[in-house]
Design a protein around this ligand. Structure first.
Ligand code: ATP
Length: 299
């Protein structure tokens, strides 16, 4: 009898794996157009993370053979460090995130987490150590509590409540008579953009991953909400390794380490003041954004 049920058990496990994977994927980059082309190597061991460092080692990648997006990209984010990725639109910032989650494999080079090649470990274990807070998160037509608990199977109510607090959802939940049991409505339409993002932050907190990928473009939010969300994001990144994709430079002036990407290369690296002194691409991008902001104020 046991023999008979084992395959069913396996199916359940596979289903759970896929489901968890899909949540991350859907939440991440609306990957509807991405085919699953990456497979585990036979008998792939689990990724074991003690020091969550991230290394891109001479990574070459493109979505199709005719066009290379990353041209031998190398960088290291030591465990516990926070790096902001900036660069002109199309420079490859989001691509780095997709490769880190192993939605694609590099053509050449390796990506290492805590010294282990992510192509050699199971995808399930890889995705369990990575958290993502996307700009546009996908919420289920269910309760706020359910949406938060989705971060990790078997999350307790206490963990969900703590995560909601960590994501600064407490004021909202206090206003709602049903609290965590409040239905978010079809695709979460009853929540504002900022509130949805907080639910997504809480979901990530429940998952408690050692490595975070943050997509900081919060263009859909007003400035005050944006500042508050950024403060929450920075607080939850505190004890983790984080990579932030910053589309607007104003959000990263305080970063210790900014990686400037251009045409698939790391071209500059440093903090805001150092990069301004260097007077290269970052300084140019900064001047352009300052001009645009001034023009907007004047207009
Ligand atoms: P932005 O700041 O505008 O979001 P980015 O630096 O994040 O830009 P990526 O999204 O990484 O840029 O894209 C890098 C390049 O790869 C772009 O030229 C983009 O058009 C291309 N690209 C992205 N996704 C795909 C895909 N699924 N298929 C083919 N090309 C793609």
């Amino acid at each position: 009898l046991m023999q008979l049920f084992r395959p069913l058990d396996m199916l359940g496990m596979v289903y759970r794996t896929i489901r968890q994977g899909l949540i991350d994927m859907a939440a991440m980059f609306a990957l509807i157009d991405t085919e699953v082309e990456v497979k585990d190597v036979p008998g792939a061991p689990a990724l074991v993370v003690r020091q969550p460092s991230v290394v891109f080692d001479n990574v070459v990648f493109g979505y199709d053979r005719n066009r290379t997006i990353l041209n031998g990209l190398s960088f290291e984010v030591p465990a516990g460090h926070h790096v902001a990725l900036v660069g002109p639109s199309g420079a490859g910032k989001s691509t780095i995130g997709r490769l880190l989650f192993r939605f694609y494999d590099p053509w050449q080079g390796r990506i290492l987490i805590d010294g282990q090649d992510i192509a050699q470990v199971s995808q399930r274990s890889l995705r369990s150590v990575l958290g993502i807070v996307p700009q546009d998160c996908v919420l289920f037509n269910d309760t706020i509590g359910y949406n938060i608990a989705y971060g990790r199977e078997g999350a307790s109510e206490a963990e969900v409540t703590a995560a909601a607090r960590g994501a600064a959802l407490a004021p909202l939940l206090e206003r709602l008579p049903a609290g965590l049991e409040t239905e978010v409505g079809e695709r979460g339409l009853k929540l504002s953009g900022g509130e949805k993002q907080r639910v997504s932050i809480a979901r990530t907190l429940v998952k408690n991953p050692p490595i975070l990928l943050l997509d900081e473009a919060t263009s859909a939010l007003d400035t005050r909400t944006e500042q508050e969300i950024l403060a929450t994001l920075h607080a939850i990144a505190e004890n983790r390794t984080s990579l932030s994709i910053a589309h607007r430079l104003s959000t990263i002036v305080d970063s210790d380490c900014i990686f400037v990407l251009n045409e698939g290369h790391l071209v500059e690296q440093g903090n805001h003041a150092e990069l301004l002194r260097y007077d290269g691409l970052y300084a140019e991008m900064w001047a352009r954004q300052a001009n645009e902001a001034e023009a907007m104020l004047a207009g």
